[in-house]
Design a protein around this ligand. Structure first.
Ligand SMILES: [Zn+2]
Length: 132
């Protein structure tokens, strides 16, 4: 009965093949880190594949949040996603060039998406907090 890959392993394989960081969307080369919602988190639980840089930032955020909070991982991910530069902006910013020749409308749209996500994370936390 126990033939084939366990579902968890298959999930990991799919995530690994995605090959992009779920926060900064840079292609993952070499180290990648997989995060999963805590068991107490409300369904649907999900996982995130992160690059080393984003993983470090998330780990730092997790360190500042109360241990055992079911949504602390999502809060940390939301904060990091809101804080981190977009990959396009990051590439342009290499060398601290002040020139920004990328499409500002596109960047604004992507930033808006980030902010909406971050706001959603905060809203979830506020709702949960008010239930206590
Ligand atoms: Zn990343």
């Amino acid at each position: 009965m126990l033939t084939g890959d366990p579902p968890g392993e298959r999930h990991w394989q799919l995530a690994a093949h995605d090959d992009r960081c779920n926060i900064c969307h840079r292609p993952l080369r070499g180290a990648r880190f997989y995060y999963e919602d805590a068991d107490e988190a409300p369904a649907p639980r999900r996982g995130w594949t992160l690059c080393g840089d984003c993983s470090d930032a998330v780990a730092a955020q997790l360190g500042g949040l109360a241990a055992g909070a079911p949504l602390r991982l999502r809060v940390a991910l939301g904060v990091v996603a809101a804080e981190r530069a977009l990959p396009e902006a990051e590439r342009v910013a290499v060398g601290r060039s002040s020139e920004r020749r990328f499409n500002t409308a596109l960047i604004a749209t992507v930033w808006a998406a980030f902010i909406v996500h971050a706001a959603a994370f905060v809203a979830i936390v506020v709702v949960i907090a008010h239930h206590h």
